[in-house]
Design a protein around this ligand. Structure first.
Ligand code: FES
Length: 561
C-alpha cells in the first residue's frame, strides 16, 4: 500500500498490535501482501423479503470488486432492514422507525469494532439510508452511500402503477368503486420487480437529498435499480473511496450546515417526504450540528416546489433520468443560486465541480421539472406548523393542490386501527379533521406511518374533503391535507390528547397554524380527568428500549440524546 493510502489507516495500527487479528485475516483468505491494505466495511441491508432490498447483496459484491480492484480489501457485512411498505397498517409498523437507529447502531458497532478504514453502505429503503448516514457521521471515517435504486413503474390496463396504487385500491374497494378483477390486477402488477418504491416517497427523497448532500456518487439516486448505471456506480466507488482515504475526506467534512441546506433544498424542490425532516434532524445530531424546525422552515420558505412527481404529481422517479437526473436539477438550482456549490463531496470534488458535466434542464421538452418562474407552489410543500394543538410543532405536507386552509369538525381516533374501523363503517365523512393519536414516538410506540388511512381517504375520493392530523408519521407516499409529527404527542399529554369529537380544528398553511378552537379553561378542565391511553405493555426488547430512550419528533426521534 502506498504511503499516501496507509497514513490514515486505523485498521493497520490496530492490527499490528493484535496478532490474533492478523491470524484471523489469514483465516478468511487474505495474503501477506493484503495485510497493509486499507479495509473497507461494506454494509448491506440486503434481504430477500422485499423488493427494495432484495438486490442489495448482489450490488455489494460489485462494490467489493470495485474496492478490491483499487488495492483495498472489501469486507461485506449485513445489517437489518424493515420495509415500510409491508409494515404499513399493521403492528409491525412500530418497528420501522426504530430500525433506522438499529441500522445506525449496528453499522457504527461493526465499523468501530473491526477498525475499518472506510465504509460503503449499500442501502435501499426508507430507514436504511438515514440509518447508514447517521452511522457515517458517528464513526467519521471515509464513507460513501450507495443507493439500490428506484423500482420501475408497474401497469394494469395501460395505467402506470406503484405501491401507493395498491393502498389506494383498498380505499376504492371499501368505497365500492373498483371491480374485483381490477383490484387483483392492481395488487399483482403495481410493483414489477426490484427497487425502492417508485415515487418521490421517503426512499427516493432520502436518496436524492443525500446525493445533493454529497455522500453518494452523482446519479446514484437517478439510476433505477435495474439500470446498468448501478453496476458502473459500484465500479466507480472503488476509485472514489481510494481518493477519500488518500485525502482523508471524512463524513463530517461532507455533512455541514451548508450541505444539509443543499439536501433540504432538494427535498423541497422535488416535493419529498415529511420523513426527511425527522431524518435530517437526526443526521445533523450525529454530525454535531444543530438543525431546527426554524432552519427547515427557512429553506422551505425560499425554495419553490417544482417537480411534478408522485405522490401528488404525475411522474415517477424513473422518469427523472431521461431529463438529466438529479444532477441536472441540482445544476439548475446552482445556477439560480439556490444551492451551495462549494461543499465537498465523496468524489473529492465540490458540488459545483461535479455538476460541470451534468446536462442542462430543457424546459421545452419536459414538464416534470418546472422553471422556478412557474412552480407548482412558490415555496416548499413542507410546512412546520404551530398552535395550541402543536406547541412543539407539527409537520405538514401542503402541495397547494388541496387548498391552503382547512377548517373542520374533529373525528377522534385513538390509534390507527380505530380510524380504519371508522372508515370501514362509513363514519369518515366530508368536513372532518380526522385526529389519529397515540401514534407518537412513545405512544405508538415507534411513531408509525399512517399510509393506510391516508390512502383509504384518497382512494375513497375524500382527499380534498377530509383533513388528517396525527402524532404519528406519514409515509412519503401520503398526499392530501395532512399534518403529522404533532408534538407533544398524546401519550405525553399534548393538547392532541384532549380533543373531543365535534371540536372545531383549523389548519392554516399560510399562517402555519394548527388551532383547536376550545378555550384554555375547557382544556384545563379536560386535562383534570385525562389519563394516557397506555401503550401495549412492552416488558422487554427493542420497543421497550425505544419507548424509554426516544426523543420527541421535533428532536428527530434519536435514541442517544
Ligand atoms: Fe422500501 Fe418503500 S418499502 S422503499
Amino acid at each position: 500500500m502506498s504511503q499516501e493510502l496507509n497514513k490514515f489507516s486505523k485498521t493497520l495500527t490496530q492490527e499490528v498490535s493484535n496478532p490474533a487479528a492478523q491470524a484471523m485475516l489469514y483465516a478468511i483468505g487474505m495474503k501477506e501482501e493484503d495485510m497493509a491494505k486499507p479495509q473497507i466495511g461494506i454494509a448491506s441491508t440486503g434481504y430477500e423479503g422485499n423488493p427494495c432490498n432484495i438486490h442489495l447483496n448482489g450490488l455489494s459484491v460489485h462494490v467489493k470488486k470495485g474496492i478490491q480492484s483499487n488495492d483495498m480489501i472489501g469486507l461485506i457485512f449485513n445489517t437489518i432492514g424493515v420495509s415500510d411498505g409491508m409494515t404499513n397498517g399493521n403492528d409491525g409498523m412500530s418497528y420501522s422507525l426504530p430500525s433506522r437507529d438499529i441500522i445506525a447502531d449496528s453499522i457504527e458497532n461493526v465499523v468501530s469494532a473491526q477498525w475499518y478504514d472506510g465504509l460503503v453502505a449499500v442501502v435501499g429503503c426508507d430507514k436504511n439510508m438515514p440509518g447508514a448516514i447517521m452511522a457515517m457521521a458517528r464513526v467519521n471515517r471515509p464513507a460513501i452511500m450507495m443507493y439500490g435504486g428506484t423500482v420501475r413503474s408497474g401497469s394494469w390496463k395501460g395505467k402506470k402503477l406503484d405501491i401507493v396504487s395498491a393502498f389506494e385500491a383498498y380505499g376504492q374497494k371499501i368505497a365500492g368503486t373498483i371491480s374485483d378483477e381490477d383490484y387483483k390486477g392492481v395488487i399483482q402488477n403495481s410493483i414489477p420487480g426490484q427497487g425502492a418504491c417508485g415515487g418521490m416517497y421517503t426512499a427516493n427523497t432520502m436518496a436524492s437529498s443525500i446525493e445533493a448532500m454529497g455522500l453518494s456518487m452523482p446519479y446514484s439516486s437517478s439510476y433505477p435499480a435495474t439500470h446498468e448505471g448501478k453496476v458502473k456506480e459500484c465500479d466507480d466507488l472503488g476509485k472514489a473511496m481510494k481518493n477519500l482515504l488518500a485525502k482523508n475526506i471524512l463524513p463530517r467534512d461532507i455533512i455541514t450546515r451548508k450541505s444539509l441546506e443543499n439536501a433540504l433544498t432538494i427535498v423541497m424542490a422535488l416535493g419529498g417526504s415529511t420523513n426527511a425532516v425527522l431524518h435530517y434532524i437526526a443526521i445533523a445530531h450525529d454530525a454535531g450540528i444543530e438543525l431546527t424546525y426554524a432552519d427547515i422552515q427557512a429553506i422551505s420558505d425560499r425554495t419553490p416546489f417544482i417537480a411534478d412527481l408522485k405522490p401528488s404529481g404525475k411522474y415517477y422517479m424513473e422518469d427523472i433520468l431521461a431529463l438529466g437526473g438529479v444532477p441536472a436539477v441540482m445544476k439548475y438550482l446552482l445556477k439560480e443560486g439556490m444551492i451551495h456549490g462549494d461543499c465537498i463531496t465523496v468524489t473529492g470534488k465540490t458540488v459545483a465541480e461535479n455538476l460541470e458535466e451534468a446536462p442542462d434542464l430543457d424546459f421545452e421538452s419536459q414538464n416534470l421539472i418546472r422553471p422556478l418562474s412557474n412552480p407548482i407552489k412558490s415555496s416548499g410543500h413542507i410546512q412546520l406548523m404551530y398552535g395550541n394543538l402543536a406547541e412543539k410543532g407539527g409537520v405538514a405536507k401542503i402541495t397547494g393542490k388541496e387548498g391552503m386552509r382547512y377548517e373542520g369538525v374533529a373525528k377522534v381516533c385513538d390509534k390507527e386501527e380505530a380510524m380504519l374501523e371508522a372508515f370501514a363503517k362509513g363514519e369518515i365523512k366530508e368536513g372532518q379533521v380526522v385526529v389519529i393519536r397515540y401514534e407518537g414516538p412513545r405512544g405508538g410506540p415507534g411513531m408509525p406511518e399512517m399510509l393506510k388511512p391516508t390512502s383509504a381517504v384518497m382512494g375513497a375520493g375524500l382527499g380534498d374533503k377530509v383533513a388528517l392530523i396525527t402524532d404519528g408519521r406519514f409515509s412519503g407516499g401520503t398526499h392530501g391535507f395532512v399534518v403529522g409529527h404533532i408534538a407533544p404527542e398524546a401519550y405525553e399529554g399534548g393538547t392532541i390528547a384532549l380533543v373531543k369529537d365535534g371540536d372545531i380544528i383549523t389548519i392554516d398553511a399560510d399562517s402555519r397554524e394548527l388551532i383547536l378552537h376550545v378555550s384554555d379553561e375547557e382544556l384545563a378542565e379536560r386535562r383534570k380527568t385525562w389519563k394516557p391511553l397506555t401503550p401495549p405493555f412492552i416488558e422487554h426488547g427493542v420497543l421497550r428500549k425505544y419507548f424509554k430512550n426516544v426523543s420527541p419528533a421535533n428532536e428527530g426521534c434519536v435514541t442517544d440524546k
